[in-house]
Design a protein around this ligand. Sequence first.
Ligand code: SF4
Length: 464
Amino acid sequence: MENIIKGLKIAYLSLGCKVNAYETASIRNQLESYGCITVGFRDVADVYLVNTCTVTNIADRKSRQMLHQAKRRNSDAIVVAVGCYVQEFYRNHEQDDTIDLLIGNRRKSEIAAILSEYIACKKEGQETQQIYINEDEKLIEYEEMVIAGATENTRAYLKIQDGCNQFCSYCMIPYARGRISSRAQEDIIKEVVHLAQKGFRELVLTGIHLSSYGLEDATTSEQQKLKRKDGREPLLELISAISDVPGVSRIRLGSLEPRIMREEFVRELAKRTKVCPHFHLSLQSGCDETLKAMNRKYTTEEYLKCCDLLRKYYEAPAITTDVIVGFPGETEEQFVTSMEFAKTCGFAQMHVFPFSRRRGTAADRMPNQLTEEEKKNREHRMLAVAEQLEKRYRAQRAGHECILLTEESMEIDGRSWLVGHTGEYLMVAVPQENYTNNQLIRVRITENSRNNYILAEPLGLMEA
Ligand code: SF4
């Protein structure tokens, strides 16, 4: 078949989460393999492709704005909307003539064929909007997508899972991305081998709900509890298999549900020494009433036990989190409870989000929505807690040893330094001296912060 997309200039934009970023990179690889040329989103392109996000009303608006901006840049270009916003656009029977092609979730791997078909129709004078959507709302099949290259120099993102069955009251993701589906372990390992051969030392496991990896054939109640009756831990099995691949030095886990941190799990995880001591456990609120209203399925007491377990098996794990402030009905007292709980957890880093309404969610229909001013006020106060905790965690690491993966060289105060991240995801700089990029170095933290970097002295290479 004639390759009619060869030579097309394509501009890509990825909105939203890391999973979208991974998929956009995969789409780009796919189209480049057909001879398409990648250009910047600000350049004049033949095709503009936006991998959209629908997590809040603001994300929807941003997706629309970017698609419209593309059309304004080149009115002759083909504007392609991909992903989560497309699912919602289709469900709500929306209209928008700016968009030429709409491609929903789990049809992203077909993009070269879809674009070819669209161009063939266009050549025949049929220039109408086309929608490619998976009609099965639950989207239960995993869509295999691979990144031949990767997004950073030393660290590669690896998508292992899609969809979510948890239905938090503020979230549209289970509707936009469908139910949980896991990538086959053998496909993941194939990609891991490839990435390791290309020299990527660190792999970051990503997914929409990572803790549900391998649970699609479990019962509904097991899926809700993130625990199989047969005792199997598919995520742990996968981590072990990845650990065994030669060349993989570090495995970093993306956002996890706290409930997966049961003692057996943490004990076994700690034995896999390539796993970074950095755990992002989404808290969302430190107040039990608010957690209930959010339809999160744990209490603050259970959450704290997970932090304690991590601290039992790891010396000084970096526990990071997301918190939503100003959820509908959150009283001042409940907010203060949430702030105090965050302090108790001693987070190394917190991402704070003022509650943002999403049309179609239960939270959007809840009474007692807070004003933007109230939410801003709470955001500032929670951010002050976050800053204080982050400083405390950094100060505690002073004088301690960490493992640094060097990523790039840089001048700081007229001297050459190598900068990278430790296993705890602290950004650390060491004098360049005898080291180069993409090396694992044992370092001792010497100075807490200079120009945003933590300074350290090198103690030696981790391996030959
Ligand atoms: S766990 Fe909750 S917030 Fe996360 S994707 Fe699922 S429904 Fe959305």
